[in-house]
Design a protein around this ligand. Structure first.
Ligand code: DOR
Ligand code: ZN
Ligand code: ZN
Length: 456
């Protein structure tokens, strides 16, 4: 083999269930060889990883990069810098922006603007349109998925089955998943006259009753069954909803589901400590729910871990609890939090790689991503499993400098992130340039190649 551009040697790679010493050769953004380090071809540049764990870059299919009119909260540059700091090499951006990504022109605007700014790879969701033509046009523009907010009243008309099937048709034929925020809207309960954050938290929790999630999930399962479109349920938060998904999967419904680290690891009790810094929807639930989600992650009922990185400013979060916007940043904390669980033996490394790289890539049909193997895109993370760190929001690259994980000690820190063959982050320093990431678009493929996802 001719000389390659980059070798990363002396790493530990997971093969089947064993960690083996190996390295990779990278040329023109692709992995061209995986072998024992001495057997790699000569290279222009060699990085000696000194025994670090090498895993495929994390593919995060639920991220709000904001930008456009909301760039004060986050922009394509700050959001993708946060991604590579956290070992995330590809993010899929949600359409609930200002303006929303609800037609092909707006999607094109985002694609054009972001291309020159991004440090990680980025794909764009389109908002499911009530006009099927708009949805097809977004699919043609390369929408990597569609998003439906069942908590948004503009979609109320979808309780008409006929209309729903018409609206879902272009989603089904494009072959991309429909990601759904599965909560029905519920009015805030009346103020009881009590004042103070504690009462505001209670009101907020009452307005996001677990039943609202269970009912919305039931509707999603029906939708998937009737339309045969791939429905992907976002941020499951309760055991009840998870059980519904599990049963539907066993019955062959084309449904998949994701969880966030915060729903896995925190409970609503954090609201008393962190106030609006722990406010998101769906909200944090009970410790039993979190335990159930972890079990689902381990046994295969849950397919994917996502950050649901949803940045707001600290000023916005400092308003009264009830007025503060929902959402927390997560790109920089997700992988260390999950690896800490792995080191505590609550989840295997195999399952971590499956749910953070392989499954998201397969479900969203991202070409040549999610694996350390010859011919795949060179999106790679080196992790120091012995390094510990205290989570500190002030150190985030994200503009959203708060987190309900503040003060936690995590172990398993990404020390190098490679995107498209370029080392874009090393030892906490950004080495990459804007534009090192690329915009990924869905290329239409023939139907009926629906992927089954391994869950062993
Ligand atoms: O907490 C949330 N924040 N949940 C959502 O569904 C939206 C998100 C946001 O965009 O801020
Ligand atoms: Zn959501
Ligand atoms: Zn979200």
């Amino acid at each position: 083999m001719r000389k390659v551009e980059l070798n990363i040697i002396n790493a530990k790679i997971l093969v089947e269930d064993n960690l083996v010493e190996a390295g990779v050769s990278i040329n023109q953004g692709k992995i061209v060889k995986v072998a024992k380090s001495p057997n790699l071809p000569a290279s222009d540049v060699t990085v000696d990883s000194q025994n670090m764990l090498m895993i495929p870059g994390v593919v995060d299919v639920h991220v709000h990069l904001r930008d456009m009119n909301l760039s004060y909260k986050e922009d394509f540059s700050s959001g993708t810098q946060a991604a590579i700091m956290g070992g995330v090499t590809t993010v899929l951006d949600m359409p609930n922006t200002s303006p929303p990504t609800n037609n092909a022109e707006r999607m094109k605007e985002k694609i054009d603007k972001s291309a020159k700014m991004i440090y990680s790879n980025v794909g764009f969701f389109g908002a499911l349109s009530l006009d099927p033509h708009e949805t097809s046009m977004m699919a043609k523009e390369g929408a990597i998925g569609f998003k439906l907010y069942l908590n948004d009243s503009q979609y109320n008309s979808l309780n008409d089955e006929k209309l729903l099937m018409r609206v879902l048709k272009p989603v089904r034929s494009s072959g991309v998943p429909l990601s759904v925020h599965a909560e029905f809207p519920q009015e805030l309960t009346q103020e009881t006259g009590s004042v103070g954050t504690r009462y505001e938290i209670e009101r907020f929790m009452r307005s996001h009753d677990p039943q609202m999630e269970a009912d919305a999930v039931s509707m999603c399962l029906n939708m998937a069954k009737e339309s045969d479109a791939h429905v992907h349920i976002c941020h499951l938060s309760t055991r009840t909803a998870l059980d519904l998904v599990s049963r539907a999967k066993l019955a062959g419904t084309p449904v998949t589901a994701e969880v966030t680290p915060h729903h896995l690891l925190l409970s609503y009790k954090e609201l008393n400590r962190f106030g609006s810094y722990a406010k998101m929807v769906p909200p944090l639930r009970t410790a039993k729910d979190a335990e159930g989600l972890m079990k689902g992650l381990v046994d295969g009922a849950v397919d994917v871990i996502v950050s649901d990185h949803a940045p707001h400013t600290v000023e916005e979060k400092k308003q009264r609890f009830i007025d503060a916007p929902s959402g927390i940043p997560g790109l920089e904390t997700m992988l260390p939090l999950v690896l800490t669980e792995m080191l505590e033996k609550r989840i295997t490394l195999r399952r971590v790689i499956q749910t953070m790289s392989e499954n998201p890539t397969q479900l969203f049909k991202l070409k040549d991503m999610g694996k350390i193997a010859e011919g795949y895109n060179a999106d790679i993370v080196l992790v120091d499993l012995h390094k510990e760190k205290r989570i500190e929001a002030q150190a985030f690259r994200s503009k959203a400098k708060y987190t309900p994980f503040a003060g936690r000690i995590v172990k398993g820190i990404p020390v190098m992130t490679v995107v498209n063959g370029i080392p874009v982050m090393r030892d906490g320093e950004i080495l990459g340039k804007p534009g090192d990431g690329r915009v990924i678009r869905h290329v239409e493929v023939k139907r009926n190649d629906r992927l089954t996802v391994g869950d062993d």
